[in-house]
Design a binder for this molecule. Sequence first.
Ligand SMILES: C[S@@+](CC[C@H](N)C(=O)[O-])C[C@H]1O[C@@H](n2cnc3c(N)ncnc32)[C@H](O)[C@@H]1O
Length: 264
Amino acid sequence: MDATGKLLALLRDPVGLEPLELDGDALVNRISQRRYPICNSIPVLVDQPGLGPQNLRIQKMYQWMAKGFDIANGVGNFLSMGGITKFRRRLAAELGLKPGCRFLYTSIGTGLDLPFLAENLSLDSLEFIGLDLSMEMLRQCQMRIRRYARSALLLQANAEKLPLANGVFDVVLHMGGINQFDRPAEAVKEMVRVARPGARIFVADETKKVVKSQYQGWNPFTRSTFKDMPTDFDPRAWVPADITEVAYQEMANGRIYFLTFTAP
Ligand SMILES: C[S@@+](CC[C@H](N)C(=O)[O-])C[C@H]1O[C@@H](n2cnc3c(N)ncnc32)[C@H](O)[C@@H]1O
């Protein structure tokens, strides 16, 4: 059985969260008869009409940026004097993944974290779902998945509307991207919804200082996509109000923030 078949019980219709069934090259909601295609082993579980204006701009930007993304990450790592690599390694260790864990990574991108995650355990010992809004980023990720986590399932999905069952993941990670979402607080709420009570939730992205100086500033490739993005955000404000114990740190010379909390 392939990864979609094995993890089917966790998948839901992104519109109404009903269970899905496999039907040839598609997933089907038997109640509404809505069908979601599976393209090259990646189920496309996006409610495209439900995407916001920033989601659409981002989806478009990564269509052409996906192939150069790893190079851009290398430049960022150089500018932070290896800070991004150090951060990825530390994050991977802090997740505390154990064999048998159900692990969700939202906005997995090209899978740059996979080698670091694999330093701590065999990723095939997990039930692992990685998702992203961009099919082009997921195609790049598929190459790394083949090497590091053959049993993982990749989904095309909007992190603000997870096509996943309630309360099923032991560890939920989002790294990079949430600053660019239309509804970042909704994305954090969704991470909490799919997490088991007591699960650890991790949210990391670049600080507002980087958004302002780099993405809206000197970087000509990102300036127009990011021009309307708020730069006065505080990621702690995205955490649901009933969660009071939230750890917040900045790392990599103040370029990356890192939020951690436990699902209620
Ligand atoms: C800066 S990249 C980070 C990728 C990867 N996590 C990393 O650390 O290298 C941001 C990613 O967020 C994804 N993304 C943006 N908006 C999204 C959304 N609403 N839902 C899911 N993924 C989204 C983009 O497609 C892109 O792959």
